[in-house]
Design a protein around this ligand. Structure first.
Ligand code: SF4
Ligand code: SF4
Length: 386
């Protein structure tokens, strides 16, 4: 492991390993349209008091880098935490515009330097753009200047491309991958194959979406029953977090937290994570088979598509409603959720099929097709009665 990785200030377990919980700052609590800084500050305090120090934000998370400055950087000495942020070239028209994200992130966070800096959401459709814009060399230069401590990238594609990138860029210090038990053998996400590829290259892994955007905290009814039967006192989320934290070579497990309760729950679960035992691994395999057969839309509610949609369609909320119907068969609740999501704004039927959302969706969801299905399903609702 790169000697820079890790942080002397981050408390360790008895075995000397880093504690495995990182604070994902993509889903911070909101008051109206703005991030609730008071609550975010309280969540940061809880996290820091428990001895955790890794914070993860990104240029494209709306308001997040400013919130990091206010809730963390201006309130804690710089040496007490580690900060990761990301450069996203996907929507940038020129190399200059993409590179300016770095200066903007430095200014907004006020952090002075980044412990971890990632090229954001690499995959087949954009990897050439990062090369063409010279962004690998650019981040290397920032590292030489001491403005970046560790260079990495987050990744949403298959193991062949990951292998190609890591072979071409041995300067990579770490890789951020989507890993959770439901996506372990999923052919679209390739969690296991990507994890094994990163480890073969000797790269530490930061895990994102361990709870699949919250979906594994509230899985389909059949799965919930199975988990509760074995461990009545354990939350469904705890299974997902323990699965992720059990893997070797994991630097940290990111959890996008939105409430003080989630922070407390995650601290409790990941302060001393207990690896899944043999029986629990067997249950997870059964759960995986059930979820593999599920028709639910694999949306993690990351919100990237919202930034692109010219019709301002609340895509993740519509998919949540669809999943209430597809996963739990709750038709009435799904209808209510759909109406709440689209009240006063655009509905599924307003999609003009431009495809901008699909270009950015890390889960490669056929959003247009799913929205057409939603428009049909919720045809009785006010918005889609057209
Ligand atoms: S395809 Fe539809 S949902 Fe996607 S960005 Fe275009 S209008 Fe929005
Ligand atoms: S549809 Fe894709 S981009 Fe949009 S919130 Fe879901 S996972 Fe994210």
């Amino acid at each position: 492991m790169n000697k820079n990785l890790g942080n002397e200030n981050q408390k360790t377990t008895e075995s000397g390993e880093l504690r495995k919980l990182g604070f994902g700052m993509m889903r911070l609590p909101r008051r109206g349209v703005n991030i609730d800084l008071e609550r975010t500050g309280r969540m940061v305090d809880l996290f820091m008091e428990a001895g955790f120090t890794y914070f993860d934000t990104a240029f494209i998370y709306p308001g997040s880098e400013n919130a990091v400055r206010r809730a963390l950087v201006e309130r804690y000495p710089r040496e007490r935490y580690q900060l990761a942020t990301k450069l996203y070239a996907g929507v940038m028209p020129t190399a200059g515009a993409a590179k300016r994200e770095f200066a903007s992130s430095l200014r907004k966070t006020g952090a002075g330097f980044f412990d971890y800096y990632l090229l954001h959401s690499l995959r087949g459709s954009n990897v050439k753009k990062y090369e063409k814009f010279g962004l690998w060399d650019f981040v290397g230069e920032q590292k030489e200047k001491g403005l970046i401590r560790n260079i990495g990238f987050s990744f949403h594609d298959g193991p062949e491309l990951l292998d190609e990138i890591l072979t071409k860029h041995p300067e990579t210090d770490f890789v951020q991958l989507q890993i959770n038990y439901a996506d372990w053998d999923d052919t679209r996400v390739s969690a296991r194959a990507n994890y094994e590829t990163a480890r073969r290259h000797g790269k530490p892994v930061v895990i994102m979406e361990p709870v699949k955007g919250g979906r594994l905290a509230d899985p389909p009814k059949e799965v919930k029953q199975l988990l509760l039967e074995y461990a009545p006192g354990a939350s469904c989320a705890s299974w997902a977090l323990r699965f992720a934290a059990s893997l070797e070579g994991v630097l940290t497990v990111l959890s996008g937290m939105s409430t003080e309760e989630q922070v407390m729950e995650n601290i409790r679960l990941l302060a001393e994570p207990e690896p899944l035992n043999r029986e629990e691994q067997r249950i997870i395999r059964r759960v995986r088979a059930i979820m593999g057969a599920s028709k639910e839309i694999p949306c993690t509610a990351c919100g990237y598509c919202l930034e692109q949609c010219p019709k301002e369609i609340p895509i993740p909320d519509i998919f949540t409603a669809m999943n209430s119907w597809l996963g739990a068969g709750q038709a009435a609740e799904a209808q209510t959720q759909y109406e709440a999501a689209t009240k006063g704004g655009s509905g599924a039927g307003d999609c003009i099929r431009c495809g901008a959302c699909e270009e950015i969706c890390p889960q490669q969801i056929e959003i247009r097709k799913e929205l057409a299905a939603a428009a049909e399903k919720f045809a009785g609702s006010r918005r889609d009665e057209k």
